[in-house]
Write a protein of this length. Structure first.
Length: 147
């Protein structure tokens, strides 16, 4: 049981790191004009679609890492449930949160500011939770095939 818990914790950290790195790279690639709609901090489709894929990839990494640590064939499912539940909690918190400043000027927007001020449609938060869940199960299946 301790190995499963450790696997879930390390898997989640690995997922978070992967999503952060991929998202940072996408922001460098797209810049503010490709990431945000004109004059505000609403995310573009060019940002939203890759980010859903990033959550799938992050989930797959988490499921694989969890499986490697826990040595449990159901590790992907356990990891997926954790990602899904935490994803739903984050989704509800994001929806309830006031987006704050929505007007964007012509100045450059740094990575940290972009992360703090960006907001997308509510459905994207749920899509990310589902993508992470499916990714974790997929990663767990990859672990099972590799053992």
């Amino acid at each position: 049981m301790v190995r499963i818990i450790l696997g879930v914790i390390v898997g989640y950290i690995a997922s978070f790191a992967a999503i952060f790195i991929l998202s940072s790279g996408l922001y460098v690639l797209l810049g503010k004009t490709g990431s945000f709609q004109e004059g505000n901090y609403d995310l573009t489709t060019s940002w939203i679609l890759p980010s859903i894929i990033f959550f799938f990839v992050g989930g797959a990494i988490a499921g694989t890492v969890c499986g490697l640590i826990s040595k449990n064939p159901k590790s992907g499912l356990y990891m997926g449930i954790v990602i899904f539940v935490l994803g739903l909690l984050i989704a509800f918190m994001q929806i309830a949160q006031d987006p704050g400043v929505t007007v964007r000027g012509a100045e450059e927007v740094g990575l940290i500011d972009a992360m703090n001020k960006a907001h997308g449609p509510s459905w994207t938060f749920f899509a990310n939770a589902v993508a992470g869940f499916v990714g974790a199960i997929t990663g767990g299946d990859l672990f099972k095939k590799g053992s």
